[in-house]
Design a protein. Structure first.
Length: 651
């Protein structure tokens, strides 16, 4: 049984979800007879289980997941459908919030990109209260389903917590006799919310299988590893600066006088996160999870150059279907739109229809953030001292696997780490894939595709003016190498993969972060061990070695201090997990969004025809991020109906 997103199309489920058409928390079941029928037997109960899963956000869909377009990692142009890009544009508001996951309305409305997660929690409670009833459901399967729904219940609480901070806890549904006052729930303090989510995940992990055995039908369902990984992620968020001793919210209290944010910083929270992360990692290894390796995953790796393989490591880790690094992935969301939005035109015949939208555009600050080939930031690499990143340079034969031989482009595109070349299209850059997978430029310097993005070129600003790369860069990483567009047409064949929600590299880097935060002023060896494993996968030296051998004098000792390693680990996460919806939340939990997202969005001059015109830095938009933007606003009408719910801080 592979879980599908049946939504509300199943008649029984639609009956079960008609709990309310009011825009406030309604968690009182008034459909007892229907509920009894839904749990009459195994088949009906399974349908209800599908309904509980149907509330999961579409992680790869930019109309559902605000982390894809709502921040500063991708700049978007599509006039006909802006999806959740307006969040990045500063258009969020209280009358009709974008990505409204608080609402409990039962209509078929889009909810501005959200889903009614409080309704989802009510449905999960109904399931748990009634799953003992089916006469033909054996205990083994019943216990697994209970574990899955507890996992979902924990995740829905976490999704809301990450967006709104303190939230009401829907531990159980209220009885039908509940008064209007009882229905109006309060937000609960951060520590209580986190403790409740963690307790649910502990219970879920005990009931879930270690790994999925029926991979053809059940991949995507939660496992013990998934539950432990989510628990570790929750505790890492709780230990982070946004929630751990954040004085900005010292006065955020409800009518009961309860302060909702803890004010005392607690290193013990980092210690708990570290313990949970190590448990999740150890269990993942037992379940045969490991870092992805393109060498063993692709039948073509044996004929490819090492540089091509290294660039494919991080791209494959994110896009290879159910590769062993994926702890939890979204297999229900179609990734075709995401891949198409990242695809440029490679031939003149691909310049129309739906061949490539090329709208998924990284700003210049993301291009600059990736490391040099020596494994450290450009501004800290002594080999880059005195080099103008915007100066012109011509690619040689030794560089033909990443840049077209003889092509003139800027220094910024040379001598960068393999993750840069696996993640970003740039003018003159090569592309492995699109039906050319049995070879690269090892024997023929012109075998791989090349993107030329200047105006008037094949990949440049031709075609529809409502779809183009606003920065002259395009994300490469989300495209699977088997996804293709024919040379002489505009049809699009999308390789379907499970969009990564949590992968093992994410856990490794969170573990290094937690160890660094709860350790002494000098990082322990384990901090380096876990970050270096991630770096080694793409050919980078260890952190200490990189800074010792290649850093400018003022930065050589950076990895030897807690503060220096904190900065390194954060930069490592931004590079390794780029374009996977992680940066959006990391910048918030680190309390760095105000620093990063009050800068201009910069790109190259997309209208330039000559190199001198094209390689000019232009400012496209001035970002504005206020303190209130760390959390989502609650819709005004919700607050009018529930006097006990506080508006989010600053709104």
């Amino acid at each position: 049984m592979r879980l599908k997103n049946f939504g509300r199309c199943i008649l029984l489920i639609s009956f079960l979800l008609t709990l309310s058409c009011c825009d406030y928390l309604d968690i009182v079941p008034d459909n007892i007879a229907t509920v009894d029928h839904a749990f009459n037997n195994r088949t009906e109960a399974e349908r209800y289980l599908y309904g509980c899963f149907s509330f999961l956000p579409a992680f790869a869909n930019p109309s559902s997941n605000p982390a894809l377009l709502g921040g500063d990692e991708v700049w978007y142009i599509e006039l006909s459908d802006r999806r959740l890009w307006p969040i990045a544009l500063g258009e969020q508001g209280t009358n009709d919030p974008f990505a409204n996951y608080w609402s409990s309305m039962q209509s078929g409305a889009n909810l501005r990109g959200g889903k009614a997660l409080f309704t989802a929690l009510s449905d999960c409670n109904i399931f748990l209260e009634n799953i003992h009833k089916p006469y033909d459901l054996d205990d083994f399967e019943r216990n697994r389903w209970i574990g899955e729904v507890k996992f979902l219940k924990a995740f829905y609480h976490f999704w809301l917590f990450r967006m709104y901070g303190p939230i009401p806890l829907i531990s159980e549904n209220l009885p039908t006799s509940a008064t209007a006052g009882e229905v109006q729930r309060y937000r609960e303090p951060v520590d209580e919310v986190v403790g409740y989510i963690v307790s649910l995940l502990d219970e879920a992990a005990a009931a879930l299988p270690l790994a999925i055995e029926d991979v053809m039908r059940e991949m995507g369902r939660p496992t013990q590893v998934t539950a432990l990984a989510l628990k570790a992620q929750v505790l890492t968020y709780a230990a982070s600066p946004l929630f751990n001793g954040n004085a900005d919210y010292a006065d955020y209290a409800d009518s009961r006088g309860i302060r909702l944010f803890p004010q005392a910083y607690s290193v013990e929270k980092w210690e708990k996160a570290a313990v949970a992360l190590k448990a999740a990692i150890d269990t993942a290894i037992v379940a045969k999870h490991r870092l992805y390796d393109f060498r063993t995953s692709s039948t073509y790796a044996s004929v490819l150059n090492e540089k091509t393989i290294l660039a494919m490591q991080v791209r494959g880790a994110a896009t290879e279907r159910w590769n062993p690094e994926i702890i939890w992935g979204d297999s229900n969301t179609d990734v075709a739109f995401l891949q198409r939005s990242c695809t440029p035109f490679f031939t003149e015949n691909q310049g129309g229809g739906s061949a490539g939208y090329k709208t998924w555009a990284p700003p210049l600050h993301v291009v600059e953030q990736f490391y040099t080939k020596n494994g450290l930031p450009i501004e800290e690499d002594k080999e880059w001292e005195g080099i103008d990143p915007m100066g012109l340079r011509t690619a040689t034969s030794n560089e033909r696997w990443y840049i077209k031989q003889g092509f003139q482009t800027i220094n910024l595109h040379f001598d960068r780490e393999a993750r840069f070349y696996g993640s970003i299209f740039f003018d003159g850059g090569t592309f492995y894939g699109n039906s050319r997978v049995s070879n690269d430029n090892t024997t023929n310097k012109d075998y791989m595709w090349v993107t030329e993005l200047k105006l008037g070129t094949v990949g440049g600003m031709i075609g529809s003016l409502d779809r183009y790369s606003s920065t002259s860069y395009i994300c490469k990483k989300p495209i699977h190498y088997l996804t293709s567009v024919p040379d002489n047409g505009s049809s699009y064949s999308s390789y379907r993969y499970a969009f990564p929600i949590i992968r093992l590299a994410d856990l490794y880097l969170m573990y290094a972060e937690a160890l660094n935060e709860c350790g002494g002023e000098t990082p322990g060896s384990e901090v380096y061990e876990y970050i270096d494993m991630v770096r080694a996968r793409t050919g980078l030296p260890g952190v200490v070695e990189s800074w010792s051998d290649y850093a400018i004098d003022a930065k050589k000792s950076k990895p030897l201090t807690k503060d220096g390693m904190r900065e390194i680990i954060r930069r490592e996460r931004l590079n390794e997990l780029a374009f996977e919806g992680i940066r959006f939340w990391d910048l918030r939990r680190w309390k760095l969004a105000e620093e990063y997202m009050n800068k201009p969005i910069r790109g190259l001059n997309i209208w330039g025809r000559t190199a001198e015109e094209y390689y000019q830095i232009t400012e496209l938009f001035q970002l504005k991020f206020e303190k209130k933007d760390y959390f989502w606003p609650v819709k005004v009408s919700t607050l009018m109906n529930n006097q006990n719910t506080l508006q989010s801080p600053g709104w």
